[in-house]
Write a protein that binds this ligand. Structure first.
Ligand code: P53
Length: 476
């Protein structure tokens, strides 16, 4: 029995362009959906404004200025021993409005330089194509991904990136956390995933399924094109993985949890198997949902299945069947708190064993290599008078999750490519827009109002993670 992680295991960290680059209007960049979202808080959702409104504060506009400071930041990643680093390519740097036919050379050049700097430091880039940063023009002119035209625009963007970076990037992912929009009741996920803005009276759910279908087709086309450009490329999907447990052994709870899992993870079924599961087709029939699916879509989905599953893991959930509600009633109304678990200050339930469960569940269902491309603990940090940051809570969270990840590999035989915790350097929160919801090993001096020197400093977790990587996960 192997007791260790594979020797070529990927260790590093993960970010997304819009959450750290800043430079929102530099070198020809267009406005993205992230550029029209204000700052919120633990109990306050971000506001999506109609374009950029003067006087509002938009934290993504400046991020942590990674655009100008990436060399300094990569030097710190190297000091921790990273052998890989996940970021996204801001679509609006390459196609500022999204519907141009020619790319913006200055944007392409930026990522050439960034990837070269990583490679020079022995760090392999892992790249997400679409990470909550759709060109805003595609929202106002086309209605976002509900419109089939966006398939063509995404495929053009993906093709440009594959062609340009084919010798620099091996691991790709198409759509970040494509399944967040299963929560179509809130405005956030449909907007960040798909550029959807709903009007009163819209059938939110039907529109979401249409947009997701168009993305799944766009993803499958991109997978085929990427493989044709360079057959050694590994192109994955990216799923937000939060297992949904039954509240009790009552078969009603168990069945509800199963139905909730099917609804949240059918996206992965289509990415991996190339078709829709029967249970979802039956659900659509009952609800009168009839997405437009063209004659050739079925073949495209079949021919563009993914090489691996990228996943984020932060927390688990639980559901309890309300006798007054049906098994189709899945819009969070039957979600309950798990009394066995503690939660973060943002209410995210901490469940390291849930990670082992999740890795096993995905392996059982899909038999594909898995890649943890996000995991982490958003928390308030306190800077001591001497400048140190004692983030033992973050170390404890990560240690417990790595322990369970190792068990999944060494005891359960899960095929795992690597572990890239979220936000190795503090960055803008996607969900709330805050800076003070921090994930980093590296502290960034900037607050929720945008004040601060942007200076970087090493937290206790920096030194801890360094020895974790150096020992390939043995010294925790
Ligand atoms: P923040 C919701 C639930 C799980 C993961 O999230 C999520 C979200 C959206 O907020 O997003 C992923 O910054 C996402 C990252 C994001 C990270 O998790 O809200 O892929 O962009 O920053 C953490 O604390």
């Amino acid at each position: 029995m192997t007791t260790e992680l594979p020797k070529d295991f990927l260790w590093g960290g993960a970010v997304a362009a819009h959450q750290l680059e800043g430079a929102w209007q530099e070198d020809g960049k267009g406005v993205s959906v992230a550029d029209v979202m204000t700052v919120g808080g633990p109990e306050k959702a971000r506001t999506i404004t109609d374009g950029v409104v003067p006087g509002e504060y938009y934290p993504n506009h400046d991020g942590i200025d990674f655009y100008h400071r990436y060399k300094e930041d990569i030097a710190l990643f190297k000091e921790m021993g990273f052998n890989s680093f996940r970021t996204s390519i801001a679509w609006t740097r390459i196609y500022p409005n999204g519907d141009e036919t020619q790319p913006n050379e200055a944007g392409l050049k930026f990522y050439d330089d960034l990837f070269d700097e990583l490679l020079k430091n022995g760090i392999e880039p892992v790249v997400t194509l679409s990470h909550f940063e759709l060109p805003y023009h595609l929202v106002t002119e086309y209605g976002g991904f509900r419109n089939r035209k966006l398939i063509e625009f995404f495929v053009r963007f993906a093709t440009t990136c594959f062609e340009r970076y084919k010798n620099k990037v091996k691991y790709w992912m198409t759509f970040n956390e494509i399944n967040n929009q299963a929560n179509f009741v809130d405005d956030f996920a449909p907007f960040t995933n798909s550029g959807l803005r709903y009007q009163p009276g819209d059938d939110r759910e039907a529109i979401m399924y249409q947009a997701a279908h168009n993305e799944l087709v766009a993803s499958a086309e991109a997978v085929q094109i990427g493989h044709a450009i360079n057959p050694t490329m590994q192109i994955g999907c990216m799923i937000a993985m939060g297992p949904i447990y039954p509240y009790s052994m009552n078969p009603e709870d168990v069945l509800l949890a199963q139905k909730a899992m099917e609804h949240n993870y059918y996206f992965a079924d289509v990415h991996v198997h190339g078709d829709y599961p029967a249970t979802l087709l039956k659900y659509w029939e009952r609800k009168g949902i009839t997405p437009e699916i063209s004659a050739e879509d079925g073949q495209i989905l079949k021919n563009g299945t993914v090489d691996y599953i990228g996943l984020s893991y932060y927390m688990s959930h639980a559901v309890k069947k309300d006798p007054a509600r049906s098994f189709d009633d899945l819009d969070l109304k039957q979600v309950v708190k798990n009394n066995y678990l503690k939660a973060s200050d943002w209410g995210w339930q901490i469940d390291p064993r849930g990670l082992r469960y999740a890795l096993n569940w995905l392996t059982d269902r899909y038999r594909k290599p898995l890649f943890i491309v996000e995991n982490g603990f958003g928390a308030y940090d306190k800077v001591e008078a001497n400048g140190q940051i004692h983030d033992s809570y973050r170390i404890n969270y990560l240690r417990a999750h790595i322990e369970q990840m190792k068990l999944a590999v060494t005891e359960d035989g899960v095929d795992l490519i690597g572990y890239l915790p979220w936000g190795p350097i503090d960055l803008v929160s996607a969900g709330t827009g805050e800076m003070d919801k921090r994930y980093g090993f590296i502290y960034v001096d900037k607050d929720n109002q945008g004040e601060g020197t942007l200076a970087r400093s090493r937290k206790d977790s920096f030194f801890w993670y360094k020895q974790v990587i150096a020992s390939n996960g043995e010294n925790l």
